[in-house]
Design a protein around this ligand. Structure first.
Ligand code: 6R9
Length: 629
């Protein structure tokens, strides 16, 4: 079996106003791509020189399959590029972060202000004994301090592991323990739909089985301020107040780790994707600047939470390295009403807006009248990430948000890639349904299982053929798992997505080839949900699949076998849902639970989710030769 199949392709295209092309940082995609292919090292060398380095690199890259080093022996600090570089320029008093809370509260930090906050908190972390190479877990709501905490870690060479505030205690504890984090940074509460989410309480529960954590820094937002446990907890504001103001950026080797970010895998525990300093800085800086075409006067809003890779690369590091004004918003896109985002675009004069298809589809459902109430004329570029942007959603986004005027950059990439890999560069023809072409800097293909390119119109596996600067360097404490990315299809990085190219080389992403379920833009591993279900007394075994959903992209359906003597009585499904919510958080709760007598398995005892899914959707299950009797 080659794993390939025929796909019917859309033909429609939109051409942006030629002025975009004339003024873009990449004015001619084809030429830029050719320039890259002629001499990849010279291409990346030129871009890297736009950043500040403390010491030069000997070689641009060293590729020893499957291990890459970039900017070998180069010395730098990513925060020097996000902060120091700007405070010594005219950007000093430019807003770096503009934060809006759910109730409309606003906080603004200029580049100089952010720089000072980061240095104080960095010294605060040092006073807790955090140093270069130590791991720090950040479990915070979307407030400026979340960004400050990430940058403060990077400033002193500590490796951050940000855990999304929507995760529950077990998911948090697993991530803390895997990274052996010494310090946890959290807040008393986050706000969501007018309610306080008790992050510190959830963290406390997690901390009952995380022996590695020595200190917990708590940002206190509520009034009256919660009492802290003096033995273990430290107040965020006190820590900063008592810290020295100046903290020079630690000299980091380009290959030193910058952060770990957990992503769900198809089997076993989540993977701690490790990114390094130099290549990640260059890759995110370049793609932020060129793919969104960020200019000095832009106001940039990426709606992702820094708990996901999109937030790391395109809320924090990329845009700040470029020196743009970054909008961050705590809350949800339809609270207090479905016009809240458009109100913010109007109010803050947002020019570049980057969000996920699941949000776009939700806005579509609420109706055209919501964006129509607001003046969205400041917008000039729209972005999408996280899932395929289906043609209906593209059209709606393009017309109702972009006024038929703004290029839509649909960016395909992953936690593992660290930076955009495929998009339609500003000024190029856009094709609804297609993410676009590889960016100048990436070599992408659609292949069969053996790594042979498949012809246009034939679906296959999406692969990256050459290393790129922001690529993952390993999976934390699991290098074997890292190697499988480069060893599944000969000579290529396997993304785990299915895709198809058209005759012009545009790539359409068809979805995951493995057992990841993308629910409302959040990646949920089947294994995590299953193990949460199985941890309930009534459950013997569980298998979960993604079921296509017009709004969320996918919802989770669970197939459960119960323990002997247990019957699916009243309220069991609700109880299981509560159980999963408590352990993994609301994003991982199954929308549907079906009780079955047995699950389809391979002879070696592995559950065949593919068979369940095929049955559920009434489609061909493919090769079932390994199915047990
Ligand atoms: C950035 C991010 C990665 C998976 C990826 C793919 C899906 C991301 C996409 C897209 C179609 C796009 N994905 N962007 N699918 N079009 N523009 O989302 O990282 O959370 O690791 O997810 O998301 O399936 O493999 P991550």
């Amino acid at each position: 079996m080659t794993g390939t199949f025929a796909v019917k392709l859309e033909e429609k295209r939109y051409l942006p106003d030629p002025r975009f092309k004339a003024t873009a940082w990449t004015p001619d995609y084809t030429r830029a791509y050719q320039e890259f292919m002629r001499d990849p090292d010279a291409f990346w060398d030129r871009i890297a020189r736009e950043l500040v380095w403390f010491g030069p690199w000997d070689r641009v890259r060293e590729w020893n399959h499957p291990y890459a080093k970039w900017f070998v022996n180069g010395k730098m600090n990513i925060t020097y590029n996000c902060l120091d570089r700007h405070v010594t320029s005219e950007r000093k008093d430019k807003p770096a972060l503009v934060w809006r809370g759910e109730g409309g509260e606003e906080r603004r930090l200029t580049y100089d202000g952010l720089y000072r906050e980061v240095m104080r908190f960095a010294n605060g972390l040092k006073s807790l004994g955090v140093g270069k190479g130590d791991r720090v877990c950040i479990y915070m709501p979307l407030v400026p301090e979340q960004v400050v905490a990430m940058l403060a870690c990077a400033r002193i060479g500590a490796v951050h592991s940000v855990v999304f505030g929507g995760f529950g205690p077990d998911a948090l504890a697993m991530r803390i323990n895997d990274a052996e984090a010494k310090v946890l940074i959290t807040a008393d509460v986050g706000y969501r739909r007018g309610k306080a989410v008790p992050l510190r309480e959830i963290a406390k529960e997690a901390l009952t089985h995380t022996p590695c954590v020595e200190k917990v820094v708590v940002l206190r937002r509520g009034t009256p301020a919660v009492d802290l446990d003096p033995a273990r907890e430290v107040d965020y504001a006190d820590l900063c107040r008592e810290a020295a103001p100046d903290c020079p950026a630690e000299t980091m080797d380009a290959e030193d780790p910058l952060f770990i970010l957990y992503t769900s895998g198809s089997t076993g525990a989540p993977k701690g994707i490790v990114h390094s300093c130099g290549g990640y800085a260059v890759g995110t800086y370049y793609t932020a600047r060129h793919d969104f075409d960020i200019k000095e006067t832009d106001v940039f809003w990426c709606t992702a939470d820094p708990g996901w890779i999109t937030g790391h690369s395109y809320v924090v590091y990329g845009p700040l390295a470029v020196g743009t004004t970054v909008v961050i918003v705590e809350g949800t896109p339809d609270y207090p009403d479905p016009g809240v985002y458009w109100h913010l675009v109007q109010d803050l004069g947002v020019t570049i807006f980057y969000t996920a298809p699941t949000a776009i589809r939700m806005f579509m459902r609420y109706g055209d009248e919501w964006p129509a109430k607001y003046d969205l004329s400041t917008l000039r570029v729209l972005g999408s990430v996280g899932e395929p942007l289906n043609p209906e959603a593209f059209e709606w986004y393009y017309h109702h948000i972009g006024g038929g005027r703004c290029p839509v950059v649909d960016t395909w990439w992953q936690t593992e890639t660290g930076m955009h890999i495929i998009t339609t560069m500003i000024g190029e023809a856009m094709k609804p349904g297609f993410a676009g072409k590889p960016i100048p800097g990436a070599v992408v293909d659609v292949v069969d299982r053996q790594g042979n390119p498949v012809p246009p119109g034939t679906g296959g596996f999406l692969v990256i053929r050459e290393p790129w600067p922001a690529m993952l360097r390993t999976v934390y404490r699991n290098d074997e798992r890292y190697r499988t990315y480069w060893e599944t299809i000969p000579g290529c990085y396997t993304a785990g997505d299915l895709a198809v190219k058209d005759k012009e080389g545009y790539i359409m992403i068809l979805g995951r080839a493995d057992d990841l379920i993308i629910v409302a833009g959040h990646n949920i591993g089947t294994a995590e949900v299953e193990s949460a279900l199985v941890s309930h007394d009534a459950v013997a075994e569980a298998a979960v699949i993604g079921k296509p959903d017009p709004l969320k992209g996918n919802v989770i359906k669970a197939f459960v076998t119960l323990r002997v003597g247990v019957s699916p009585g009243d309220g069991l499904s609700a109880e299981l849902a509560r159980h999963v919510r408590k352990s993994l958080g609301p994003v991982a709760v199954p929308a549907e639970i079906e009780y079955v007598d047995r699950l389809p398995k391979t002879r070696s005892g592995k559950i065949m989710r593919r068979v369940l899914k095929a049955r559920e959707l009434g489609i061909d299950p493919g090769d079932i030769s390994t199915l047990e009797e």
